[in-house]
Write a protein that binds this ligand. Structure first.
Ligand SMILES: NC(=O)c1ccc[n+]([C@@H]2O[C@H](COP(=O)([O-])OP(=O)(O)OC[C@H]3O[C@@H](n4cnc5c(N)ncnc54)[C@H](O)[C@@H]3O)[C@@H](O)[C@H]2O)c1
Length: 253
C-alpha cells in the first residue's frame, strides 16, 4: 500500500488497465483510495487487475472496450459515471506498437496504432471532459520518449505518440481558463509486454537502437505509476500542459 491517500473519494478511469503500466496505475491509485474504473480489450487482464486490487481492499470495476472506437469510449465514460457517480481523473494508458521498416508498414498496422494510441486518447478525452470540468479534475495521457524523438522501425508509434504530446498541449491551451488540468507522462523503456514482445524486422541496424535504449536500464511499472499518481493528484495542482519524462535521461540530449 502507498503511504499517502491522495485519491480518497476520487473516481478514476484507466484505459489499458489489464496489463503493464495501466495495471500498475490502477493498483497504485486504488491503494491511495481511488475508485478505479478499468478499461481494456483483455477480459483476462482486467480480471487479474481486479483480483489484485480487491485482495488489498480496493475498489475496481472492469469494462471491456476498444478505445479506438469512439462510441465505446463514450459508453465507457457514461458507465463509469453511472457506477461511481462522478469522474475526477482520466488516465489514457492503452497503447499498441508495431515494428517494421517505414516503407513496408501496412495500412492496417498504421491505422491500428494511430487508432488506439492517438484517436483513442482523443475520444476518451472528448467523452471525459464534460465530467472533468464539473469535478475540476484532470487527464494524464501516456506519451513516450518515442513521441519526443525520432526512432527507427516504429514510424506509426512515433507519429502517434508525437500526436499525443501535441494533443495534450492543445487541450491544455483550450481549457487554460477552466478548472481542469491536462498533462502527459512520457516513459522510456519500461518492463511490460510491449517492451518484452518486440518483433523487429530481421535486418535492423542495432547501432540505430542504442540512442534511445539509454544507459541506465529499464523502468519498472511502479515507477511510472508513481509519476502518473503524482501528476493526477492535487499535489500537482500547478502542473498543466506538461510533458513529464521518466526515461532515465534518454531524451536529455
Ligand atoms: N513499455 C514501454 O517501454 C513503454 C514506453 C513508453 C510508453 N509506453 C506506453 O505505455 C502505455 C502502456 O503500455 P504497456 O507498456 O503497459 O504495455 P502493455 O501491453 O502491458 O499494456 C497495454 C494495454 O493496453 C491494452 N489495449 C491495447 N489496445 C487496446 C484498445 N484498443 N482498447 C483498450 N485497451 C487496449 C492492452 O490489452 C494492454 O492491456 C502505452 O500507451 C505505451 O505506448 C510504454
Amino acid at each position: 500500500m502507498a503511504e499517502t491517500s491522495r485519491f480518497e473519494e476520487k473516481v478514476v478511469v484507466v484505459t489499458g488497465a489489464g496489463s503493464g503500466i495501466g495495471r500498475a496505475t490502477s493498483v497504485r491509485l486504488a491503494s491511495e483510495g481511488a475508485k478505479v474504473f478499468g478499461m481494456d480489450v483483455s477480459a483476462d487482464g482486467l480480471n487479474e487487475t481486479k483480483n489484485e486490487i480487491e485482495s488489498s481492499g480496493g475498489a475496481f470495476r472492469e469494462h471491456l472496450a476498444d478505445v479506438s472506437r469512439r462510441d465505446e469510449c463514450f459508453a465507457a465514460v457514461a458507465a463509469a459515471v453511472e457506477s461511481f457517480g462522478r469522474l475526477d481523473v482520466l488516465c489514457n494508458v492503452a497503447g499498441v506498437v508495431r515494428f517494421s521498416h517505414a516503407h513496408e508498414t501496412s495500412e492496417e498496422d498504421w491505422q491500428s496504432v494511430i487508432g488506439v494510441n492517438l484517436s483513442g486518447t482523443f475520444f476518451m478525452a472528448q467523452a471525459a471532459i464534460p465530467h472533468l470540468l464539473e469535478s475540476e479534475g484532470n487527464i494524464v495521457n501516456i506519451a513516450s520518449n518515442a513521441g519526443l524523438m525520432g526512432q527507427a522501425y516504429t514510424v506509426a508509434y512515433c507519429a502517434s505518440k508525437g500526436g499525443v504530446v501535441l494533443l495534450t498541449k492543445a487541450l491544455a491551451m483550450e481549457y487554460m481558463k477552466r478548472g481542469i488540468r491536462i498533462n502527459a507522462v512520457a516513459p522510456g523503456g519500461t518492463d511490460t509486454n510491449i517492451a518484452r514482445g518486440r518483433n523487429f524486422p530481421e535486418d535492423i541496424d542495432f547501432e540505430m537502437m542504442g540512442r534511445y535504449r539509454g544507459m541506465r536500464g529499464i523502468n519498472q511499472v511502479e515507477d511510472v505509476a508513481g509519476l502518473i499518481a503524482y501528476v493526477a493528484s492535487d499535489e500537482a495542482r500547478f502542473v498543466h500542459g506538461a510533458i513529464l519524462s521518466i526515461d532515465q535521461g534518454v531524451t536529455a540530449g
